[in-house]
Design a protein around this ligand. Structure first.
Ligand SMILES: [Zn+2]
Length: 337
């Protein structure tokens, strides 16, 4: 008589016609097992859900600690990033001082950018950070540290070669054409740099083997390094009144378009000594000095050799010492040739 069967609270009941009482339907063993299994799994699922839901809104003390640590690590990373920035800019200063000053004085070629900036592995090297919540930050710091250590290594080996070169080249240093032939205390400006340019006379693209420094007529022109005058005459090639100085070690400098020549062939010179005055003789469109440097017969950019940091005072002092009979560079100048 299961026709009057009814359901209450998910359980099956029926009215027993004999006793007229509501009785529960007895389940088979298999049905019971399935029933309890179902209840059990449901409870486990509920427990898991509750746990995650709870943790989401009510983190455990341990989670809170992790969270705190995370925040701290993050701010430490940011601080580290800032420090790295400082180190990087210091390295950049060292690098430019190295290339533009130390290496140039010693006629060492600047270290090529390709070597200086040589990377240490691509981004795949840093894939170990991909599981971190902010992999960018950590990867960035790691990459920068790698780059910095690379740069430090290159810098230190560069300085090592600079040191060796400096020790073995003290005489050479005194004679190299390494100062601007016009004092920074005087008014002048560069009108043409080394390299290719449009020729001021015919407009054609031609190589300019030196630099042009314009200024007022009569400005003192100084020897850029110690040496011997090998020619002081009027050029047959349009350079006007020109002086050529042999500095030894394969270096020769030329000062052209002078208004006046104040030295003679064979004369020993000290760095900074006045050799003539600025003019516009020869193939020239206005008062300027054409200054060029050759090394072993090849033209080189004279700018590579300038001491960029010589102040007007230092330059004046140097020129004054050079003009005095017992200047500090005399022994050097005399020691060559
Ligand atoms: Zn020129």
């Amino acid at each position: 008589m299961r026709s009057e069967m009814t359901k209450m609270f998910g359980k099956k009941y029926f009215i027993n016609p004999e006793t007229l009482r509501v009785e529960r339907v007895r389940l088979s063993r298999g049905q019971q097992i399935r029933y309890y299994l179902f209840i059990g799994l449901g409870m486990i699922a509920l427990a898991v859900l509750l746990r995650y839901g709870f943790e989401r809104y009510y983190p455990t003390p341990r989670q809170m600690l992790y969270e705190q640590e995370n925040t701290q690590l993050r701010s430490e990373y940011l601080a580290l990033n800032n420090n790295l920035q400082m180190v990087e800019s210091q390295l950049s200063t060292m690098r430019s001082r190295d290339d533009d000053f130390y290496r140039s004085i010693l006629s060492l070629e600047p270290v090529p950018s390709s070597i200086r900036e040589a990377g240490t592995g691509g981004s795949e090297t840093y894939t170990q950070f991909k599981n971190i919540r902010e992999p960018g930050l950590v990867r960035n710091v790691s990459q920068r540290i790698d780059k910095i250590s690379n740069r430090v290594q290159i810098q230190s080996s560069s300085l090592e070669s600079v040191y060796e070169e400096a020790v073995s080249n003290q005489f050479f240093l005194a004679s190299r054409p390494s100062i601007n032939p016009i004092s920074p205390a005087d008014p002048f400006w560069m009108t043409s740099s080394y390299g290719y340019r449009k020729d001021p006379f015919n407009g054609r693209r031609t190589a300019h083997h030196g630099i042009d420094l314009a200024g007022p007529y009569g400005l003192n022109i100084h020897a850029s390094g110690g040496g011997t005058v090998i020619s002081a005459h009027i050029s047959r090639f349009g350079y006007g009144k020109e002086v050529t100085v042999d500095h030894g070690f394969g270096y020769v400098s030329r000062y052209a378009h002078l208004q006046e020549i104040l030295v003679e062939k064979g004369q020993k010179l000290k760095r900074g000594e006045v050799i003539g005055t600025l003019g516009s003789t020869g193939r020239s469109t206005g008062p300027h000095l054409h200054y060029e440097v050759r090394k072993n017969g090849h033209y080189v950019n004279p700018m590579y050799f300038f001491y960029e940091n010589l102040s007007p005072q230092e330059y004046t002092l140097l020129a004054a010492k050079a003009a005095s009979p017992a200047g500090p560079f005399q022994s050097f100048a005399l020691s060559q040739k």
